[in-house]
Design a protein around this ligand. Structure first.
Ligand code: URA
Length: 207
């Protein structure tokens, strides 16, 4: 599936402030929510719709309405920073959670928590993790989501590394990726460069 890099002036503007090391956590959280709104509009373009009829104060007319439920699975903890705008946009969304810890040196991800609703089957499903770095966590999270029956999955991230995109596309060629930036590389500590640092730390002000 193709990689889509969001190409919108407002998305670039919000991302620039997210990258800025001087941005404090309160502003960082707000920027992350606003940018996620733009990403999710792009990511849900393919959700199924049907034609209904509505009556305006003037006459009856055709109207296109959603015909498919949405599910979202944030990868803990940084993915939580992307959840709120999705619930605002799609109030009927089914929410699951996957907790993955990556080993400081090897960057290998280990699942310590997984709660994915059975109703993901048939739903348009978003896996959200703001930093698609090595791709190991994303690939593992998507395997867990697929094990619950989801078949139409999109990975939504804020910043991606080429290494992570390649790994995810190899592991799950059927999964679309929507991101706000494709950065240069990973450094030897598996951080995205230029990136924005540790997203979870910046979101919650962890020193
Ligand atoms: N996770 C982060 O928070 N930042 C990175 O650069 C890579 C993974």
């Amino acid at each position: 599936m193709p990689l889509q890099v969001l190409d919108h002036p407002l998305a670039s503007h919000l991302l620039a402030s997210l990258r800025d090391e001087r941005t404090p956590p309160q502003e960082f959280r707000q920027l992350a929510r606003r940018l996620t709104t733009l990403l999710v509009l792009q990511a849900t373009y393919g959700i199924r719709t049907r034609i209904d009829r509505v009556t305006t104060p003037l006459c009856e007319t055709e109207a296109r309405v959603l015909d498919q439920g949405l599910a979202v699975v944030p990868v803990l903890r940084a993915g939580l920073g992307m959840l709120e705008p999705i619930v605002d946009l799609f109030p009927d969304v089914a929410v699951g959670y996957i907790g993955l810890e990556r080993h400081e040196e090897t960057a290998v991800a280990r699942s310590y928590y997984s709660k994915v609703p059975q109703s993901v089957e048939g739903r348009f499903t978003l896996c959200v993790d703001p930093m698609l770095a090595t791709g190991g966590s994303a690939a593992q999270a998507i395997s867990l989501i697929k094990a619950h029956g989801a078949s139409q999955i999109t990975m939504v991230s804020i910043v991606s590394a080429p290494e992570g995109v390649e790994k995810l596309q190899q592991a799950h060629p059927d999964v679309a990726i929507v991101t706000a930036a494709l950065d240069e590389k990973l450094n030897d500590r598996h951080y995205i460069v230029p990136g924005l640092g540790d997203f979870g730390d910046r979101l919650y002000g962890t020193p």
